[in-house]
Design a protein around this ligand. Structure first.
Ligand code: HEC
Length: 121
């Protein structure tokens, strides 16, 4: 009987640990997870591999488009994201969009996701 209780306990601890590893926002004491943040917060616009230009439509109506971000320099991406978060960067007319995307990220999370963007190639 004790063994069964122990097994159930271990299983639930494992489940809980897995859950908090994928949900980075509730894992305040966990190290920031760049790949998870990227998947959840960035891939929809920049592509799973950072290969997409974020706003193609803007080009078709004469606006500038943002280039693919895969492999961009880590420090540059981190600096850009912090400036977007602060609201002081607007490269192609969509700075406000990137401000709302980065608003919930901590500096550590930004550094971690920037490193991941650099790793994408
Ligand atoms: C809703 C769509 C959207 C999401 C989600 C998004 N971005 Fe962006 N991103 C854009 C747009 C649009 C721009 C161009 C902003 C501007 O005008 O300066 C941009 C710009 C950037 C740039 C600057 C590119 C350059 O040319 O220097 C970087 C780096 C970047 N995004 C990284 C990220 C990262 C990392 C995430 C996830 C934390 C993310 N973005 C999430 C749409 C998005």
């Amino acid at each position: 009987m004790k063994k069964i209780i122990l097994c159930v306990l271990l299983a639930s601890i494992t489940l809980f640990a897995e859950d908090s590893a994928t949900n980075y926002k509730s894992g305040l004491l966990l190290p920031p997870n760049g790949p998870a943040i990227y998947k959840q917060e960035c891939a929809s616009c920049h592509g799973e591999q950072g290969e997409k230009s974020a706003f193609k439509q803007a080009a078709s109506v004469g606006g500038k488009i943002s280039p693919a971000i895969a492999g961009m320099d880590t420090d540059k991406v981190a600096k850009d994201l912090k400036e977007y978060r602060y609201g002081s960067l607007d490269k192609y007319g969509y700075g406000a969009l990137m401000k709302s995307v980065t608003a919930d990220l901590s500096w550590d999370e930004i550094d971690s996701v920037a490193k991941y963007v650099n790793d994408l190639k």
